[in-house]
Design a binder for this molecule. Structure first.
Ligand code: NAD
Length: 313
């Protein structure tokens, strides 16, 4: 298969590129390197089955030309920072919704109809449900990032209904691992490198979420794509375990070999406005097809801390 991969120089996208190449596919990565890094794909640049296009999804002319001749689009490019919407209010509109529209409409022009999309658990918003299945609704996100993801899901669904597209949409838990460039683990390590005696923790530390190791995430994306055949295939991708923020802080301290680190909580139940402090995703739907995670949430966090400390690529 000739695959077009947006965001393929990013954290998850570069691992997905590796896995697609290993399966024998030809891969075109389209990425503007806004948060991705060329060193994540450097090992593939000489591979004849791999092409890198350094360009922006908001440049519709370049995108439409580049898409020609592909069989399927894995669309992962987006602003990855949930928190940025607080200060940059049109970011998720542009990078989440308009960029997705550009991808879909360029696909329509070339009669490419298979799209695989990286959505997020944040589309569910803040709920009182103990565990969230894909059928949970109404989905009312509390961050602009979440609104961008939900808007993109809506557009993809509309292209399935109107232009006979077929879609695989994944609502990821928090993904962690080698090449991670953002999120709580990277943040704690940077803070402790700057000051090994004290760690500022956003919120009360009791925020509790599921963490998914990046190889489990990539395998889940590919598993759903090959095993689900509906027009619209929507899956949560997660383990059924969670890790608290304080536990992550303790594990980072342990792995860095530090002791007597004072945890300084900023207070409040959430890390920032728009943060969903506690949730659990119900991934029964994809598990019933035969997929499961290799790592629990705590194991994913532990491995990811080691990966980031070792600067593993
Ligand atoms: P990332 O920032 O490493 O990857 C995003 C990639 O998209 C980057 O390489 C960036 O340069 C590229 N990009 C962004 N805007 C672009 C544009 N306009 N044109 C071209 N390229 C552009 O982030 P990630 O963590 O690998 O996330 C990948 C996808 O998964 C994103 O859509 C993100 O929202 C989603 N997601 C991630 C997580 C997580 O925990 N990491 C959880 C849920 C969903």
């Amino acid at each position: 298969m000739n695959v077009f991969l947006t965001g393929g120089a990013g954290f998850i996208g570069s691992h997905l590129a590796d896995a697609l190449l290993a399966q024998g596919h030809t891969v075109t990565v389209y990425d503007n390197l806004s948060s991705g890094q060329e060193r994540f794909i450097a090992h593939n640049l000489k591979n004849k089955s791999f092409t890198f296009i350094n360009a922006d999804l908001l440049d519709q002319t370049t995108l439409t030309t580049a898409l020609q001749g592909h069989d399927a689009v894995f669309h992962l490019a987006a602003n990855p920072h949930v928190r940025l919407g607080e200060t940059h209010t049109n970011l998720d509109l542009q990078q989440g919704i308009i960029a997705t529209y550009n991808v879909l409409d360029a696909m329509r022009q070339h009669q490419i109809t298979k799209i695989i999309f990286s959505s997020s658990s944040v589309v569910y918003g803040e709920t009182t449900e103990p565990s969230l299945p894909e059928t949970y609704g109404p989905t009312l996100p509390i961050s602009l990032y979440g609104a961008g993801k939900l808007g993109a899901e809506g557009l993809i669904s509309a292209y399935c209904g109107t232009f006979d597209f077929q879609a695989w949409m994944y609502r990821f838990a928090n993904v962690v691992g080698a090449r991670g460039t953002h999120g709580v683990i990277v943040d704690f390590i940077a803070k402790l490198n700057a000051n090994p005696h004290e760690l500022e923790i956003l919120g009360d530390g009791r925020q509790e979420k599921p963490y998914l190791y990046v190889s489990d995430c990539v395998q889940g994306i590919l598993f759903g794509f090959t095993h689900a055949t509906d027009t619209m295939n929507l899956f949560n991708l997660s383990s059924d375990t969670t890790t608290t923020v304080t536990r992550i802080a303790e594990m980072v301290v342990e792995e860095m070999g530090l002791s007597n680190v004072k945890f300084k909580y900023t207070g409040g139940k959430r890390g920032w406005k728009g943060d969903v402090p506690r949730f659990l995703l119900d991934a029964t739907k994809i598990k019933n097809l035969g997929w499961n995670t290799t790592y629990s949430s705590d194991e994913a966090v532990r491995h990811a801390i080691r990966d980031v400390l070792d600067a593993k690529l």
